[in-house]
Design a protein around this ligand. Sequence first.
Ligand code: ATP
Ligand code: MG
Ligand code: FE
Length: 336
Amino acid sequence: ILILAIESSCDETAAAVVRNGREILSNIIYSQIDLHTLYGGVVPEIASRKHIEKINQVIEKALVEAGVSLRDIDAVGVTYGPGLVGALLVGVAEAKAIAYAAGKPLVGVHHIEGHIAANFIEHKELEPPFLCLVVSGGHTHLVRVRDYGKFDILGRTRDDAAGEAFDKVARAIGLGYPGGPKIDKVAKEGNPDAIQFPRARVEDAPYDFSFSGVKSAVLNYINGCRMKGETFSQADVAASFQKAVTDVLVGNAMHAVEEFGVDKFAIAGGVAANSALRQAMAQACEDRGIKFYYPSPIYCTDNAAMIGVAAYYEYRNGTRHGWDLNAVPNLKLGER
Ligand code: ATP
Ligand code: MG
Ligand code: FE
């Protein structure tokens, strides 16, 4: 089974060709990051316009690199939510047009289901059930993957997503956009125990997260320094913030691992590319004798390969969408 997959939910215009759900024949990503860096974050209207400009080239390149034509494709998979509505619409309209013209079935995919499915690409032996921590720009979910396309959300963030916290803190300490990779890098030069930022727990919800407190604590800390006319160490703040976030992510995830007695644990989403988080999770899983899975950084941040993988399993489960498929900006995981 060959899937042509399209992803345009945020600021990456991406297309990929995936064979039998696990083999990536091509993975083309046009990142708009440079464009949005000017504004310190993603500007939705600019993102949509750029998607329109790039999407045909990106798809063409994905087909050429995979050495296939539209005739060889079995289905077209596309992210239809969650994400920026205007950005999603470009991918959805394109996917519908291609599927209709080529006479192929259309399979709409949940973006977060794609992030989770990224783990299947490089771990051919990984199969559900397992637990997965999704940490991305807009989501922080602790998910039980019961089967392909079948999820129970055990916990979620009550306020900021993990990636959002990274981006906001990075901006506050003068690292700019996108914050996650920059904090990851400068934190390597800093002392993670230099500043004690809070580790928030949500009462009576052991799997929920809250990151607005740690973000405010960082802002208070640097404002305090400025008021006293002192400078602060960017590297120490970055390392200490990263440690605070990582401690909570690992703590809640391992609590769930023990409670549910699983032997496989995975991470997914842009923040899963974070080197400190990967290291801490690897250690925690080793201590408990369970297998730890994580995608290569290129499959952690937005890409269409992961959407192709998710689309394959949805296709196999019988999911088909009609020509009335629409973008659903707040689509819930597990909804059809
Ligand atoms: P969502 O998937 O929730 O809709 P998104 O698609 O915008 O949001 P992703 O592409 O999955 O998010 O991830 C982008 C996020 O990952 C950004 O917040 C970015 O700062 C963060 N990120 C990327 N690399 C790293 C890293 N090495 N360390 C920490 N955060 C990172
Ligand atoms: Mg992005
Ligand atoms: Fe994403």
